[in-house]
Design a binder for this molecule. Structure first.
Ligand SMILES: [Zn+2]
Length: 132
């Protein structure tokens, strides 16, 4: 059983980091942290469901010819890549935070047609607009 305070804290961390980190890195950090997240906990499941697979990332970047969907800057798959370009952020076109109102159903929120690759700068701008 996870306390209400901890749930709120996790939600806050999710919101703050949404636009800065790859989901995989974020989940890895959460799971390696001291939080006593139980496998059947709802928040735990929502963290897992945020994951965009490596294959999906690749498909989205390929579709966009490795360019930011907004400013067309060259993107690379990960910060560990030797290629030139900004590290791609895979963004939900219909925001993950509003997944309950996604037109194709909440379970399809991660489908390719709802994903786009953005450079960090454009992703940050988009995130700010969604919050405001
Ligand atoms: Zn951009």
């Amino acid at each position: 059983m996870v306390s209400e305070t901890l749930k709120n804290l996790i939600s806050e961390v999710i919101n703050l980091r949404e636009n800065y980190l790859y989901e995989e890195e974020f989940i890895a950090k959460e799971l390696n942290s001291n939080y006593a997240v139980q496998p059947k906990d709802h928040l735990y499941l929502s963290l897992i469901n945020r994951t965009i697979s490596r294959e999906a990332r690749y498909e989205v970047l390929k579709r966009q010819r490795w360019r930011c969907n907004f400013c067309h800057k060259t993107l690379k798959m990960s910060k560990y890549s030797d290629w030139a370009g900004e590290t791609a952020h895979i963004d939900h076109i219909h925001p993950y935070s509003k997944r309950d109102s996604y037109v194709n159903g909440v379970q399809n929120i991660n489908e390719l047609s709802n994903l786009q690759a953005l450079c960090p700068e454009c992703n940050l701008k988009k995130g700010k607009k969604e919050v405001n």
